[in-house]
Design a protein around this ligand. Structure first.
Ligand code: GTR
Length: 317
């Protein structure tokens, strides 16, 4: 009897171990080596080990599976299972989370993480379930700043410029408030648009500016830090609902671990990127931020739906 049990147990273990893994496709617009990409890969390794090889995550980098709007749609439909995107393009699908695109919303980095990792961040992460997604965690994306073909040192320099922005209404409104025109465009198209002068500039954090090589075609980087828009890791709710409670716990724990790892990688890459772009010929300018801040206030009147959330965010000490 005992022997029979052992045989049964061993063969059951083999069956689990040998069965073909369930592969989750995960999208990212960034290349290998980028903090978000490496963090999701790390999450995959944890899940693979903890589920005894039942699940495997394959990260499709460099926008292979489409732009962020498309990968969000595919994830909702469970065509792909996961996508790592900026919160900015998610606004079209779930408006409340767009509050994180408001300019100069956070006092500093500490305030940013207190909000994201506190009740407000949790509430918005949970909110995406309404649109068929499960928010696993946020990742760091630092602060976004302008880079242009001609120098920008103060808001007046942006007058009449066409600035590429993410697919996000707040960003378009911000460009208008600063005297520029926001041109929403997929990330993969930005390099050529800058090179050919379809746009005069764009805006992003140092790691993106560097890895997408935008510094080659827009070498003036003005560190005004107008927004701090987090990244978010999303999984299809249709897929999620089929996981057992234990598996959900493993996925969630692995995501949280990956977020800590991403933060660490982020800090390193932010510094390295700033150095690398300067070596590559980019000129960095640290402007008087108050001039940008003042004009950006006009955006707050344009989005009354965020009033309560903004108040709650500001109250986080
Ligand atoms: C990056 C972000 C990407 C993408 C990109 C963009 O900072 O990590 O997910 O949103 O910006 O500007 O399109």
């Amino acid at each position: 009897m005992k022997r029979l049990l052992v045989v049964l147990l061993v063969s059951a273990m083999f069956a689990v171990g040998l069965a073909a893994p369930i592969v989750l496709k995960s999208a990212d617009v960034h290349p290998d080596g980028y903090p978000t990409v490496e963090a999701v890969k790390m999450m995959g390794r944890i899940i693979e080990i903890m589920t005894n090889g039942k699940y495997k995550i394959e990260v499709y980098t460099g926008g292979q599976l489409g732009d962020e709007k498309e990968t969000i749609e595919q994830t909702i439909m469970n065509v792909i299972q996961m996508t790592r995107v900026s919160v900015a393009p998610l606004q079209t699908f779930y408006d409340p989370i767009g509050v994180f695109a408001m300019p100069y919303l956070f006092r500093d980095e500490e305030h940013f993480w207190k909000v994201l990792e506190g009740p407000i961040g949790e509430e918005l992460l949970k909110g995406v379930e309404k649109i068929g997604l499960v928010g696993l965690c946020y990742y760091d994306a630092g602060a976004r700043s302008f880079y242009t073909r001609k120098p920008v040192q103060k808001p007046e320099d942006l007058k009449g410029m066409k600035i590429r922005v993410q697919m996000n209404e707040v960003m378009v409104a911000l460009m208008q408030a600063l005297g520029a025109t926001g041109v929403p465009m997929a990330y993969a198209e930005v390099y050529t648009a800058l090179q050919t002068g379809v746009v005069d500039g764009a805006e992003n954090n140092p790691p993106s500016y560097y890895t997408a090589r935008h510094f080659e075609v827009a070498p003036y980087y003005c560190l005004d830090g107008h927004t701090r828009i987090p990244e978010i890791l999303l999984i299809s709710k249709a897929f999620w609902d089929k996981l057992t409670p234990e598996e959900k716990l493993i996925f969630k724990t692995a995501a949280i671990a990956s977020a800590q790892y991403e933060k660490y990688l982020w800090k390193k890459m932010e510094e390295e990127a700033l150095e690398a772009v300067q070596k590559g010929g980019a000129k960095i300018f640290k402007p008087d931020i108050s001039a940008f801040q003042k004009l950006a206030q006009a955006v707050y009147d344009r989005f009354p739906q965020y009033k309560d959330l903004i108040k709650r965010i500001q109250e986080v000490k």
